[in-house]
Design a protein around this ligand. Structure first.
Ligand code: AMP
Ligand code: GLY
Length: 425
């Protein structure tokens, strides 16, 4: 079978690799991909925003399954367009992807489904926003896609007002409302579930590091590192949380006539009152996927076909098998990230023999005319290592990451430290 992965980041690189391990030996294509993915899949130079060209290419190539990585094409209706063309696609429809596209819609569905989440209100003006804040810190979320950068934790009134002005008057991310949300305390957990429109089966739990600097300081990013599994979240606990936060959403969306197929990602805060949802995404997480999928021993292609309903199948009775090994993923980001994106810095060390046993995925790289691999901005590379415990995986990941150099490289030094501190090796 021919499988087309849509996207060009580290997440898509990890998806391509996991699909390549399928016993069904699929022929892999990726649009637009990146220089790292080019070694493992045939690239089609089509941007993820060009829905017509993606559908035409999938038809011309005789693709048996399209796997959509990023949120933007999901929200823009790529899966709907492929569906209309009779091409199976793993991922939610635009209507179901609204769970990610609109924070206010997600809150409304959570409320209808009885999913635990923080108190909130949706506001359109600075005055409404200030009036909705009951205590500090408070959380302000732009009600639309913002690449993980539309959330501000405001410690005081001045920051809250400035943020509301930035979002609602300056329109930093475009027109749109703001969700004012109760600040939740606790540890974060990323729990993703495979969904077939009726069922939600949790993947292995992961933790993501959202802030740019060590010690969770500095602005939010798309994610600077991740690890899997998570101390205290065994399989039974993951299923318990999925029954609380994934299954009711799948049920509610089915009831609304917009069934959810694909990956429903719950970003959770493990509070003293139990898990509460801080966000849903309608796709695999980045960089969680880079830590989660290398641990999956089941056939990802078969699971995706079943989630999509190809041949009338579904996920009933599906069992996911994971290695006991731990995985730690480090993100190497370019100079200035997340505020600005440096590009064109030459990357050295990628062919170092010491990286052979690791999973290096490309996120923001480009090939220069002379063949050199250079940075293309944002998050540049991911290094994932597996190990018997979190310390072994962490040490191997850092040893690998330190073999890769480029100007302005940013790398957090405390990824997975929490797991190392708590795990009893
Ligand atoms: P989101 O994009 O909604 O996941 O928000 C990005 C990050 O902001 C989260 O990973 C949390 O670190 C933080 N955050 C979001 N909502 C809350 C909340 N209600 N309380 C505390 N922190 C939050
Ligand atoms: N790592 C967070 C996300 O994928 O949204």
């Amino acid at each position: 079978m021919k499988v087309l992965v849509v996207g060009g980041g580290g997440r898509e690189h990890a998806i391509v690799r996991a699909l390549a391990r399928s016993p069904q030996a699929p022929e892999l294509l990726c649009a637009p991909g990146n220089p790292g993915i080019a070694a493992e899949a045939r690239l089609l130079p089509i941007p993820v925003s060009d829905i017509d060209a993606l559908v035409a290419a999938a038809r011309d190539e005789g693709i048996g399954l399209v796997v959509v990585g990023p949120e933007a094409p999901l929200v823009a209706g790529l899966v709907d367009a492929l569906d209309a063309a009779g091409i199976p696609a793993f991922g939610p429809s635009a209507a179901a992807a609204r769970m990610e596209a609109s924070k206010a819609y997600a809150k409304e569905v959570m409320q209808a489904a009885g999913v635990p989440t923080g108190g909130w209100s949706s506001v359109a003006t600075v005055a409404e926003g200030m009036a909705a804040i009951t205590s500090y810190p408070t959380v302000l979320k732009y009600d639309g896609l913002a690449a993980g950068k539309g959330v501000v934790i405001a410690p005081d009134e001045a920051t809250a007002r400035a943020t509301l002005e930035d979002f609602l008057v300056e329109h930093r991310f475009g027109a749109g409302r703001v969700v004012v949300e109760e600040h939740l305390d606790g540890e974060e957990l990323s729990l993703l579930a495979l969904c077939d429109g009726e069922r939600a089966i949790p993947l292995a739990p992961a933790q993501d590091y959202k802030r740019i600097f060590d010690g969770d300081r500095g602005p939010n990013t798309g994610g600077m590192g991740s690890y899997s599994p998570v101390v205290g979240i065994d399989t039974a606990k993951a299923f318990e949380i999925a029954a609380l936060v994934h299954q009711p959403i799948v049920d509610e969306l089915a009831r609304r006539g917009t069934p959810f197929h694909g990956v429903l990602y719950a970003g959770l805060m493990l509070t003293a009152d139990g898990p509460k949802v801080i966000e849903y995404n309608a796709r695999f997480g980045d960089p969680e996927t880079q830590a989660v999928l290398p641990r999956l021993q089941s056939d990802l292609l078969e699971l995706m076909l079943r989630a999509t309903g190809v041949g009338g199948t579904d996920l009933e009775g599906a069992e996911l098998v994971w290695t006991d090994a731990w995985a730690v993923t480090l993100v190497l980001a370019g100079a200035g990230y997340p505020e600005r994106s440096a590009a064109g810095d030459v990357i050295s060390g990628l062919d170092d023999a010491g990286l052979a046993a690791l999973h290096v995925t490309h996120a923001g790289t480009a090939t220069r005319e002379d063949g050199a691999i250079v940075t293309a901005g944002g998050r540049v590379l991911n290094v994932t290592a597996l190990g018997a415990g979190p310390a072994a995986a962490r040490d191997a990941a850092y040893a690998g990451a330190d073999r890769i150099r480029f100007d302005g490289r940013q790398l957090r030094r405390d990824i997975a430290q929490r797991a190392v501190d708590r795990h009893e090796d």
